[in-house]
Design a protein around this ligand. Structure first.
Ligand code: U5P
Length: 225
């Protein structure tokens, strides 16, 4: 299976900071999927590093420049994962989809971060999945699926097991577009998922769920065209 993962920076690099064991566990999960014969791409988010830098920079500058700072954080996190993947990855973080595809054609795990301002790495992962005709997009994040409302601030939010891309558009359409925003799926990503008719899964970003996402035995939300 050709699968693209959007790996939230907050799961790879939690608030407490980088941990060798944590990075190792993710690298092992992706290596295992490659060994099983899957073609694996990982788009890494900026996490807490991006949000800290953006919140200070915002006092001085505009959103696009904050986005550029966020993009650098995604590339730094990508390099951390690349370092743990060893010979299964290339020591280069591509900045566009054509270069990304070349890495996949070398039979390596592709790891990349952001591309351009005004969206998050969710949108990068959806565009990459469209560009390489992936079979599956997996959004591995800090919530365990798509809810009717943001579960982090609404106690009455209900988790959805299965939705279609139009329902995803309705739920995420009003999410913020500002630098460093952290809705479960960014609105541009939802539009790309819809136009490309991408089969997508939203899961809690833990190695066990990443492995289970391929077999369908995950506890997240399945989004179908
Ligand atoms: N970002 C972009 N474009 C990209 C990727 C990221 O502008 O292609 C910026 C956004 O401000 C985003 C931040 O919120 O970097 C960190 O990425 P993420 O963790 O939100 O995906």
């Amino acid at each position: 299976m050709d699968v693209v993962f959007a790996l939230g920076g907050s799961v790879l690099m939690p608030k407490e900071g980088a941990s060798t064991e944590n990075i190792q566990n993710y690298a092992q999960a992706f290596k295992k999927l490659k060994e099983m014969g899957h073609r694996v791409s990982v788009v890494v988010g900026g996490g807490n590093t991006a949000r800290q830098y953006i919140s200070v920079a915002r006092e001085f500058t505009n959103e696009s420049f904050c986005d550029e700072i966020g993009i650098l954080a995604t590339r730094m996190n990508s390099m951390l994962l690349i370092s743990a993947l060893g010979k299964d990855a290339v020591k280069q973080v591509p900045e566009n989809f054509k270069d990304a595809e070349l890495i996949l054609n070398m039979d390596k795990i592709l790891v990349m971060g952001g591309t351009h301002p005004a969206h998050t790495t969710d949108a990068v992962s959806a565009t990459l999945a469209e560009f390489i005709d992936a079979d599956l997009l997996v959004i591995a994040t800090n919530v365990d699926g798509v809810y009717t409302k943001d579960p982090r601030c609404n106690e009455d939010a209900v988790k959805l097991d299965k939705i279609n891309t139009k329902e995803l558009l309705e739920i995420t359409g009003s999410n913020s577009m500002s630098a460093g925003s952290s809705g479960v799926v960014d609105p541009l990503a939802s539009k790309i998922i819809d136009r490309a008719k991408l089969k997508t899964i939203v899961i809690k970003g833990i190695p066990e769920e990443i492995l289970a996402s391929i077999s369908g035995n995950h506890n997240g939300t399945t989004i179908t065209p």
